[in-house]
Design a protein around this ligand. Structure first.
Ligand SMILES: *[C@@H]1O[C@H](CO)[C@@H](O)[C@H](O)[C@H]1NC(C)=O
Ligand SMILES: *[C@@H]1O[C@H](CO)[C@@H](O)[C@H](O)[C@H]1NC(C)=O
Ligand SMILES: *[C@@H]1O[C@H](CO)[C@@H](O)[C@H](O)[C@H]1NC(C)=O
Ligand SMILES: *[C@@H]1O[C@H](CO)[C@@H](O)[C@H](O)[C@H]1NC(C)=O
Ligand SMILES: *[C@@H]1O[C@H](CO)[C@@H](O)[C@H](O)[C@H]1NC(C)=O
Ligand SMILES: *[C@@H]1O[C@H](CO)[C@@H](O)[C@H](O)[C@H]1NC(C)=O
Length: 479
């Protein structure tokens, strides 16, 4: 009963907001639009209905992806649309509000241009949209209703990337949107999110890590009982005639740059004696045959390594295993790279990270490693959802770092505490030293069965972590 009243109150509150339109004055709105470079398609006045927020990234390569995305939309602008569209790029907003890629800090910042939009669409730079279809679709919907639309996916079991929530299979009902297909929030959902006190919704006892924001945001909207995601067939993965949105799957497969060879890459595997008989045997039987010449295994003593003569190239780091963190070891690996290797890229991986070399090559061939200091892989966020902390590339999925970035770390002589988590330490210092961090959802901190098949289909997998058998490698990462 109480709940019903609460809901009524919520409806009342948000409808009133929508009507008085926050009293935005056009001048302030226009200033803001200029400051964060909101592009209004097809008109030069400051009013628009639909705001497309593209999860763009910094760096030359992602700039090209963004140009392709924006070009596709500009080409489609016609006078007969009933709605006016605007685009804003997340990497621009990120310079004003940190952690904007997790959306919550961006929405809670209460930008006028976000709050005044009737609809907010979140997309990746690899999402394709049919504006004519979108315009017709949204013209039939009411932005005052709390509702959001997307390509629904649902977990088959509780998974680590969703903190195992809701802990038992029979309780899994949460439908969450595949961001790569785009998701559309009504004005009321956006305003609701902008008002939520995040302290009530994220655990205060453990520092919050953003792993999969598409799930985290749906969970927030559903568990606070506002509304569930509406599944729309026209939000597709693969392009088809009925699709209003789809994924440019080809873009996420990297590039066909014939000049690129993987002699430009060195692979450093972190290992230690106790893992030799199990994990190293599996690496030998899976990806190592493609990469033997460029791969070195960093361990704490050369004892018991002769069994791998001719197969594995070991390097003794010269200090004992600290049992966790591996921060000191990573610093050793980076120094070793600068002194002994010639290539542009270093991959730092665990002894249970699995790679498809051909696909990794395709990704790396998109990027000019000589122009910027870069670290790339699967991005997580430490306290980013609260407008603080830092993003980092999660270690298990593999960290790619170029010579320019390594040079910065070493030249700055950054301190690396024994036992500190290496990946988070890198993330924190990347931010401080202006190293470009690129998120590639092709890298994975877990095994394939953790992710939804449509997510896997959208971003060609390059790595998985914790594969247990040769067969699992062949089924999920080979071919
Ligand atoms: C904005 O532009 C549209 C079409 O380009 C026009 O119909 C409308 O009157 C303009 N609004 C203002 C406030 O100038
Ligand atoms: C969008 O869909 C319409 C049909 O609804 C079609 O005529 C048009 O070519 C499509 N545009 C794009 C860019 O796919
Ligand atoms: C969302 O879906 C769940 C499970 O189907 C249901 O229990 C819940 O009441 C729904 N919430 C709303 C706000 O409709
Ligand atoms: C060795 O394996 C254990 C689990 O069996 C793992 O926790 C540890 O991180 C591995 N060591 C290294 C150096 O990767
Ligand atoms: C090497 O192998 C022997 C016999 O299995 C074992 O007792 C010893 O602890 C190993 N050394 C290291 C450094 O793990
Ligand atoms: C490293 O470990 C060995 C035994 O495993 C021990 O004898 C040695 O003192 C340790 N070294 C340091 C610096 O802790």
């Amino acid at each position: 009963m109480i709940f019903k009243y609460l809901l009524l109150f919520v409806f009342y509150k948000y409808s009133v907001w929508a009507i008085d339109d926050f009293g935005f004055d056009v001048l302030n709105l226009r200033q803001e639009i200029e400051a964060v470079k909101v592009e209004i398609l097809g008109t030069n006045n400051a009013s628009f209905d639909v705001l497309i927020i593209v999860r763009s990234q910094v760096g030359e390569y992602h700039q090209k992806r963004l140009e392709q995305f924006e070009g596709n939309l500009r080409k489609q602008i016609h006078d007969e649309y009933t709605l006016i569209f605007a685009i804003v790029c997340l990497h621009e907003i990120e310079t004003v509000v940190q952690g904007s890629w997790t959306l919550i800090p961006l929405i809670q910042h209460e930008f006028r241009f976000v709050q005044s939009a009737k609809w907010v669409i979140i997309t990746e730079d690899s999402t394709e949209l049919n504006l004519s279809k979108l315009s017709s679709f949204l013209s039939t919907k009411d932005p005052v209703l709390p509702q959001y639309f997307g390509h629904c996916i649902i977990d088959k079991k509780p998974v680590i990337i969703h903190h195992f929530w809701p802990y038992t299979m029979d309780k899994i009902t949460l439908k969450y949107p595949l961001f790569a297909s785009g998701v559309i929030f009504s004005q009321t959902v956006v305003r609701y999110l902008s008002e939520l006190d995040m302290d009530d919704h994220i655990p205060s006892n453990i520092p919050y890590t953003t792993i999969d924001i598409q799930h985290e945001i749906a969970k927030l909207i559903s568990t606070t009982q506002l509304v569930n995601l509406t599944c729309e067939e026209s939000f597709c993965v693969e392009k088809d005639r009925h699709c209003m949105t789809w994924v440019n799957v080809q873009m996420n497969k990297g590039c066909e740059n014939k000049d690129y060879t993987y002699e430009g890459l060195s692979i450093a595997v972190k290992t230690y004696a106790e893992n030799y008989s199990t994990r190293l045997q599996l690496i030998i039987k899976t990806w190592l045959s493609d990469t033997r010449d460029i791969t070195k295994f960093f361990t704490h003593s050369l004892e018991n390594t002769s069994q791998f003569d001719g197969e594995i190239n070991f390097i003794d780091v010269g200090f004992n295993n600290t049992g966790g963190g591996h921060c000191q070891k990573m610093l050793f690996i980076m120094k070793y790279f600068l002194q002994n290797e010639k290539g542009h890229w270093l991959a730092i991986i665990d002894d249970d990270t699995f790679i498809n070399m051909e696909r990794l090559t395709r990704i790396l061939s998109c990027i000019n490693p000589e122009s910027e200091a870069i670290i790339l892989g699967e991005r997580y966020g430490f306290l980013q959802i609260e407008d603080g902390g830092y993003p980092y590339i999660t270690g298990g999925g593999g960290i790619l770092i170029n010579r320019k970035a390594i040079r910065k770390f070493i030249d700055e002589d950054v301190y690396c505490p024994v036992g500190a988590p290496d990946d988070m330490w890198l993330g924190m210092h990347s931010k401080v030293h202006g190293i470009i961090m690129l998120d590639f959802p092709n890298f994975h901190q877990s095994v394939e069965s953790t992710y939804h098949k449509d997510y896997i289909k959208s971003f060609m997998p390059v790595t998985y972590h914790r594969i247990g058998t040769v067969k699992e490698y062949e089924d999920t990462l080979k071919g």
